[in-house]
Design a protein. Structure first.
Length: 474
């Protein structure tokens, strides 16, 4: 899940809101689509109501007698975009296994209810999602006829956390788990996101100046500018409809998707080429035009789309905001020490956004969610788990970065522009050496565990420099 969300984990460009994925999806010919009748409410034992949950599978390399099953768990976006991250398919082929990709409830065409009202969305939570996965695995294992068949679960971002939580709750159903950028730790006031962005952008001094100058102009105009000057700036960026805080949120998120998704160098190259106009209004107008290509547009910040309760299979806006507001937070807040994100964008601001969307006091509890799911206490207790993050990923501070063990491989890919879920994408000739080596190490570890060959690669690698620069305080 491109995204623009309050803390978009997602499968997307980060920002405050998720944008619709209207582009057509091209699926490889060997990928087959199907539907699975799953329970709408797994915890109402008196209900027999089901819904059609979409999934895809590839079985052309599968050894039906002994080949394992690889389940690529989808997250906060329509599941038909899973093919853009082909590493799970490569692993299934190596293991002579069958690949499944299961769409998350309330996303795409997997809809347990007829609308997205607040009452309907009460069935959208990690407990129901994990039970969906469990029922799918149990049913498919029975259908495939080998009860000893091994299952490898893979997920990225929110889904990367979901597969970890799943293994903690259903250890008998997941032999090996591979979590890419798995945000296993719920942090309500997630200012580490923008601290990492500041680190990433600051590696290029000219890029930092280009971004900070535009943010500084917007912040100064909102705080101290005349009413006329403020109206002129908003009009130049086609954002006259936005409140002051929503406008600042929009301005400071235009470029973030590219930073999150391993293109900081590329977006910096573009930002540095914006003309050095004496009249900064011209520069800000061009910056807004750039936003139309990158994802964020002012209309996303009006909240009209997020308030819409009509189901749209291409949209992830309202559903993900419900999950964020009810359980996770991960609010990408600002503070006085970060020139790229003003302190006006604090937790109360994001909580007000939640109230505006759902007309209810729907706020996350970091203490409760981590207490139920385990937070950072979970990974060390599990067996045969791979956790991978990118050095430049703003989400890695919500993941697990401590020393690994024989049963827990923890790895941070230490290279420039190695960010969110970078390890799940297809290989390119231009991939950094560190990324290529990491993919090989991950593959070797997983195949060793799945085939019971314990000749796997090193237990953990992480960037000490980054761990010292940003402490996971909140």
């Amino acid at each position: 899940m491109r995204v623009i969300v309050v803390i978009a984990l997602l499968e997307v460009s980060l920002g405050f809101f998720m944008r619709n994925k209207d582009e057509p999806v091209s699926m490889p010919e060997n990928v087959k689509a199907a539907y699975f009748d799953n329970r709408a409410d797994h915890f109402d034992l008196g209900s027999t109501e089901t819904f059609r949950q979409r999934y895809w599978y590839v079985d052309e390399h599968w050894d039906k007698s002994e080949g394992p099953a690889v389940l690529f768990v989808q997250g906060e976006a329509p599941g038909d975009h899973f093919a853009s991250r082909p590493v799970p398919l490569y692993l299934a082929k190596e293991l002579r296994g069958i690949l499944f990709a299961l769409e998350h409830r309330f996303y795409g065409t997997s809809q347990p209810r007829n609308d997205w009202s607040l009452e309907s969305l009460k069935l959208l939570n990690h407990h129901q999602a994990m039970a969906d996965i469990a029922n799918f695995i149990v049913t498919k294992t029975k259908e495939m006829g080998n009860v000893k068949r091994k299952w490898l679960l893979i997920g990225g971002s929110y889904a990367g956390a979901l597969v970890l939580w799943f293994k903690s709750k259903y250890p008998h159903l997941a032999d090996v788990v591979y979590s890419s950028s798995g945000v296993v730790n719920v942090i309500e006031d997630y200012r580490q996101y923008m601290r990492q962005v500041l680190l990433d952008v600051s590696r290029d001094r000219d890029c930092y100046k280009a971004v900070s100058d535009m943010v500084e102009l917007a912040v100064f105009t909102v705080r101290r500018g005349s009413k006329q000057r403020k109206e002129e700036l908003k009009a130049a960026m086609n954002a006259s409809m936005l409140s002051d805080k929503d406008f600042l949120n929009y301005v400071t998120e235009i470029y973030l998707g590219d930073v999150q998704y391993s293109n900081c160098t590329g977006i910096c190259r573009v930002l540095k080429k914006l003309p050095e106009e004496r009249d900064m209004l011209t520069r800000m107008k061009l910056y807004a035009e750039l936003g139309k290509k990158l994802g964020p547009v002012p209309e996303d910040y009006e909240l009209k789309k997020q308030r819409n309760t009509t189901i749209n299979p291409k949209s992830s806006l309202r559903q993900w905001m419900y999950q964020v507001c009810s359980a996770y937070g991960w609010f990408a807040t600002g503070d006085r020490t970060n020139p790229l994100r003003p302190q006006e964008l604090d937790v109360p601001y994001f909580k007000e956004i939640c109230r505006r969307i759902f007309d209810a006091d729907l706020y996350p509890s970091e203490e409760h969610t981590n207490g139920v799911l385990g937070g950072l206490q979970v990974p060390p207790l599990m067996r045969r788990v791979v956790m991978v993050n990118g050095r430049d990923d703003p989400w890695k501070w919500a993941s697990y970065l401590e020393q690994g063990s024989d049963d827990l491989m923890v790895h941070v890919i230490n290279c420039s522009d190695c960010s969110h879920c970078i390890d799940l994408y297809g290989t390119k000739l231009t991939d950094p050496r560190e990324l290529k080596e990491a993919r090989e190490m991950i593959k070797k570890k997983i195949i060793g565990w799945m085939t019971d060959r314990e000749d796997a690669s090193p237990k953990s690698f992480y960037c000490v420099e980054q761990l010292l620069l940003i402490s996971p305080m909140h």
